[in-house]
Design a binder for this molecule. Structure first.
Ligand code: NCD
Ligand code: ZN
Length: 350
């Protein structure tokens, strides 16, 4: 039964692991997971091995995406001190630039001011700069938006003081936007204790008060819901040095629909957060004749049965408000009742 029809959803924060991590995910499996979650366009992150900081690495990732992707894919270029002079050459083939100000999975990092300044001086103004910025780094990102009078997008905001600082910056007219992940909305430190390494990601899960602040700002300050789909194998997560990150492409819409069901979120606002704003902020193309058909029968999120190669979820046992029944992309049925019908290579690379 179809209760709700949404536009093809857009995820502006996905890790697909090619090159260098195809045992965790690849373009074929990651975009299958996207379609199962109602996502028809995603932006893939550059913290691969090698990272997407040179034209050669970016071209190789684009070729892999063109061969394997089942939905539309754009790629982030990454900022790295050693490759910073490559930014102008990277820009034409990248959807946006990602700067990592804080530690996370992979080695991609910017912690010197000259590199940061070079990013803001040389990256084309018509393409967005997205930052992994936590705690006081959020103030750094906002300061750069003010100094260079250009837009910055702050990834996966997780703390009360961060979302309140962003709200103040927006109130002053600064060109700052932000995204929040479903895991920071639906899980907290109590779940981190229960889940162990399966509940570890960057930023880490917040306190109940942080979660409340994110919900309180969902209708005014938050611009996008982004998955930060960060697949790692169960073996890696259970090892002595578990990498941070959780998968999220297939559970993002079902979780957000639970908020619609209990009256915390309107369908209009969900559509703004998961389609309209991502498309506008990142200047992404329209996908004609594209829609997601949803069955709004609530259910409990299962432990398995996923399209993602990593095969697990941190959300098992949580309530979902609806499930994706069918996805139509450019007039073709690409997903229906649990089956991914799109062939690898049928997605477009932006
Ligand atoms: C991400 C990953 O695994 O690539 N991990 C995470 O915990 N979110 C990196 C990131 O987005 O910070
Ligand atoms: Zn990420």
């Amino acid at each position: 039964m179809t209760d709700l029809i949404l536009p093809g959803l857009i995820d502006v924060h996905t890790h697909l692991r090619v090159p260098g991590g195809a045992h965790k995910e690849d373009f074929a499996t990651g975009t299958a997971a996207a379609l199962a979650g109602g996502i028809t366009l995603l932006l893939a992150m550059p913290n691969t091995s090698p990272p997407l900081t040179t034209p050669a690495a970016l071209a190789a990732a684009r070729a892999a995406a063109a061969a394997d992707a089942r939905c539309d894919v754009g790629l982030f270029a990454g900022a790295a001190p050693a490759d910073i002079d490559q930014l102008p050459a990277l820009a034409p083939d990248a959807a946006a630039l990602k700067i990592y100000l804080n530690d996370t999975f992979g080695r991609l990092r910017v912690d010197d001011l000259p590199t940061l300044v070079a990013c803001f001086q040389t990256w084309p103004r018509e393409k967005l700069i997205a930052l992994h910025a936590e705690k006081q780094s959020v103030a750094v990102a906002i300061g750069l938006a003010a100094i260079y009078d250009r837009a910055v997008h702050i990834c996966h905001v997780s703390r009360r003081e961060e979302i309140e600082l962003i709200a103040d910056a927006k109130g002053r007219g600064l060109l700052v936007t932000c995204e929040v992940t479903p895991h920071h909305l639906f899980l907290s430190q109590a779940d981190a204790a229960r889940l162990g390494p399966l509940g570890d990601m960057r930023p880490v899960l917040g306190a109940a008060d942080d979660v409340a602040a994110l919900w309180a700002h969902l209708n005014d300050t938050v611009d996008c819901i982004a998955t930060d789909h960060a697949p790692h194998t169960l073996e890696e997560k259970r090892s002595d040095a578990p990498p941070p990150g959780v998968p999220g492409l297939e559970t993002s819409l079902p979780l957000m629909l639970a908020a619609v069901e209990d009256g915390r979120l309107s369908v209009e606002r969900l559509t703004a957060l998961m389609h309209d704003n991502p498309r506008r902020l990142f200047g992404l193309p329209q996908q004609p004749d594209t829609r997601v058909e949803v069955d709004m029968t609530p259910y409990t999120i299962p432990a398995g049965g996923w399209q993602t190669k990593c095969g697990w979820t941190a959300f098992a046992g949580l309530r979902a408000g609806g499930r994706v029944r069918r996805v139509v992309l450019r007039g073709q049925v690409v997903y229906e009742d649990g089956a991914v019908l799109a062939a690898p290579g049928s997605g477009k690379v932006l």
